[in-house]
Every structure is written in structure tokens, then in C-alpha cells.
Design a protein around this ligand. Sequence first.
Ligand SMILES: [Zn+2]
Length: 111
Amino acid sequence: MCDHDNIADNGICMSCGVDINSQEFLDSLPPAPEDLSYLGDLMGIIRIAQTTAQEYTRRLVTEPQPELVWAEILPPSFIVAKVLGYRGDYQRWGEVCKEYTEHIDNLPSIL
Ligand SMILES: [Zn+2]
């Protein structure tokens, strides 16, 4: 069984000769698991992360203890994100929101 890990620039496997661009090859691949086809409301989830990051940044002006702000605003935003289909856990959600605070001035205005 070839792993096709040696693909030439023209898409031909150097080991077994299969063309990975051919429909025949694509048809031979196992279908993606059903539950991976739904990624959730990604734009909604991103918007929640942005809103949370903005709220955090805004409150930080008057709140000297950042961890208290996070403890207050993260849980409700996590639940909303979960409802929208967010797949990560609570810890990861905190990381996502904190990452957004570092790009708070560069957020797309349409969101
Ligand atoms: Zn191969």
C-alpha cells in the first residue's frame, strides 16, 4: 500500500505512478467523516472572539486585574461560541480571545 509521500510537481506519485489530481484517485479516497463537514458558524464564532477581546481591552482601562475581567467575560462568550458550534475547550477559547486582543487595532471593520 503506497502512502504517496513522494509526489512530483506534475502530481504523479514517484513510488506507484498514480496521478493524485485524477478524478479516479480522488474517488478512491475514503469520504470525510460526517461530523467533520460541519465547522460551525465560523464568522459568528470569530465575531464573538473579537467582541470579547474588545470588551476585555475596554474594561482593562479601569480594571487593574486582567484575570478578573477574563473570569467575568470569558464564560458567557464561551457558551455563545459553543452554541455557534465552536469545537475547542474553554482553555483554548481563552487563548483565542487573548490572541485577538493583540490584534485589536487590525480587526476587519465589517465584523
Ligand atoms: Zn504512490
